[in-house]
Ligand binder design. Structure first.
Ligand code: NAD
Length: 559
């Protein structure tokens, strides 16, 4: 571990390169101010005549941008508008996101980003991020050097195999790394110049894309096995070489690769998988908040998951870490997590055919094929949907949960909204208003028998931006389960009694910047305490260091 230092780290990017002039300056979204260039900069930077005469302030530009946003009647049109704005003027884009987070986040991320990915080949205007295809094998470092920024600190990378709950979209999945990085900046204040979205194109097994006239990627089936692994190995090695200070976030990989890549690389490059670990932390935070309502301890919970993939087993793993921290043995904690996957209840009879990530949860129980049977036999305190299968929490299942539990916990986390295991309305209606409900994509408030319920959104955006920021501020060498546990606890602590009174087990999204700062602080401290910080700061200085690193969208003077 390094010796303690009082020096606050700085993540305030300076841009690095010389300021371009004239139309090149207007074409650079990180530097462009559009109509807000003041008179003296118009003269000094060769802009005179390239802009209409009136000088606007950022606040005045915001009015115009928001008016335009509101004029678009369809979410996908709003997404396109925001994409174009981001490619034109990032300061204004982030000002809009900072000012109206509850309206903007569902557009730049789930649920609208799902539609945007499906339509990406059609709505594509200009590329954002790097596309690295299997054809570039042997040249990946060279491709990374084509990126205009030399100081990259955060890469979100996908191979497009499991985009949200939508399946294999190949390179059309690029909307996800782009959207997630926008959230890093808007929700945690990571400077946009540090962010690099990457899509790896190894083909797609989505046959409909092979013949599509608008598909943007390679028209071939997915490369698997040793060739795939060698491609990823070269990619990680090149990232470490070209961008040595970067944190790598694995995003929306299919689960045959996701667990393996995380396990293989998490100690070799500072990295995490948001679908597994970020989801786990946000769901655990929701559970901890829900227990403030039920008054029951974590160690007495019985969780039944529908879906035993990245999200489900990730949540169960972090639940286990939390339960062990609360005094349970690991095997007792795992015995409290039950799974139903596409083949039925995950039990020991199925051991020879179970994927590695399900093995710790193969219970000693007779085989069952349906969720309804499993609910009947296990009588869980919490039902957690992470299957991508809509309407699988039937009215009858929710009603039974409400018979077994005074306050049944029902999380329908599958995204986008069309894939949710049940609606908020069904959860409240079938439990007579007693369910503690959360979803992955947002549901509107529900009025039930004179009471208004505000469903919580278990959105990963509460977690990953803060985790990433915290890790970067102290230059963490690794991201651990304990850091995600610290993030989950911090998030749960920020839920107010007023939130709980409305049935909301997450803070309002309008507080996401503050949430991220406090999660970053907790994660940075955890990194320091566990000897994984490259930069060690005294505990009482960590929050200040995080706050000083945060980017606020504002124009800085150029002369
Ligand atoms: P995954 O592909 O790794 O796992 C899906 C699992 O569902 C698999 O175990 C599969 O066997 C199971 N399954 C499929 N059909 C089923 C059926 N009919 N009945 C029971 N199980 C079935 O995917 P994942 O990463 O775990 O994501 C699953 C869902 O969770 C997606 O819809 C995703 O959008 C959602 N998710 C939500 C959040 C969030 O709310 N914060 C975060 C991550 C993922």
């Amino acid at each position: 571990m390094n010796s303690p230092t009082q020096k606050a780290p700085s993540l305030q990017a300076t841009g690095g390169t010389a300021l371009p002039r004239g139309s090149a300056l207007l074409a650079n979204p990180l530097l462009n101010k559009g109509t807000a260039f003041p008179e003296e900069e118009r003269d000094a930077l060769g802009l005179r005549g390239l802009l209409p005469p009136r000088v606007f302030s950022l606040e005045e530009q915001l009015v115009r941008a928001y008016t335009n946003f509101k004029r678009k009647s369809e979410p996908l049109e709003q997404y396109i508008f925001l994409t174009l704005l981001q490619n034109r003027n990032e300061t204004l884009f982030y000002k809009l996101l900072e000012t109206y987070p509850e309206e903007m986040i569902p557009i730049i991320y789930t649920p609208t980003v799902g539609q945007a990915c499906l339509d990406y080949g059609v709505i594509f205007r200009r590329p954002r991020g790097l596309f690295i295809s299997i054809r570039e094998r042997g040249r990946i470092a060279e491709v990374l050097r084509h990126w205009p920024q030399t100081d990259v600190r955060m890469i979100v990378v996908t191979d497009g195999e499991r985009i949200l709950g939508l399946g294999d979209l190949g390179v059309l999945g690029m909307g996800i790394p782009v959207g997630k990085l926008s959230l890093y900046t808007s929700c945690a204040g990571l400077h946009p110049s540090y962010c690099l979205p990457i899509t790896l194109d190894v083909g797609t097994n989505n046959e409909s894309l092979h013949d599509s006239p608008t598909y943007l990627g390679l028209s071939q089936t997915r490369v698997r096995g040793a060739e795939y692994d060698a491609f990823i190995e070269e990619f990680v090695t090149a990232v470490k070489q070209v961008f040595p200070k970067t944190l790598l976030q694995w995003e929306d990989f299919g689960n045959t690769n996701a667990f393996r890549l995380l396990n293989n690389y998490q100690k070799r490059i500072c990295s995490f998988n948001d679908d597994i670990q970020g989801t786990a932390a946000v769901a655990l935070a929701g559970l901890i908040s829900a227990l403030r309502i039920t008054g029951k301890p974590l160690t007495e919970q019985k969780l039944l998951f529908l879906g035993a993939g990245e999200a489900g087993t990730g949540i169960a793993d972090l639940f286990t870490t939390a339960a062990v921290a609360a005094g349970m043995t690991e095997s007792d904690a795992r015995a409290r997590c039950w799974f139903v996957d596409s083949q039925g209840l995950v039990v020991q009879d199925r051991l020879p055919n179970l994927a590695h990530h399900k093995l710790p949860y193969a219970q000693n129980h007779p085989p069952l094929t349906s969720l309804a049977e499993a609910v009947e036999s296990i009588r869980p305190t919490a039902l957690i949907g992470v299957s991508g299968m809509p309407e699988t929490f039937t009215d009858a299942i929710i009603a039974r949960m409400a018979e077994f539990n005074e306050r049944p916990i029902v999380f329908a986390l599958s995204n986008p909204t069309s894939k949710a295991e049940c609606t908020a309305e069904a959860a409240y209606r079938m439990s007579n208003g007693r369910a503690i409900f959360a979803s992955g994509s947002p549901f509107a408030a529900v009025d039930w028998k004179g009471q208004t319920f505000v469903p919580g959104q278990g959105n990963n955006v509460y977690i990953f931006p803060g985790v990433g920021l915290g890790a970067l501020v102290v230059e963490a060498t690794e991201i651990t389960e304990q850091m995600f546990l610290a993030a989950a606890r911090t998030l749960a602590e920020l839920v107010t009694e007023d939130d709980l009174a409305l049935g909301r087990i997450y803070p309002s999204l309008t507080r996401v910047r503050e949430v991220s700062v406090l999660i970053a602080t907790a994660v940075a401290k955890e990194a320091i305490h566990s000897g994984l910080a490259g930069l060690v700061i005294a505990d009482d200085q960590v929050e200040d260091a995080v706050r000083q690193s945060v980017f606020h969208p504002a124009y800085r003077p150029y002369i």
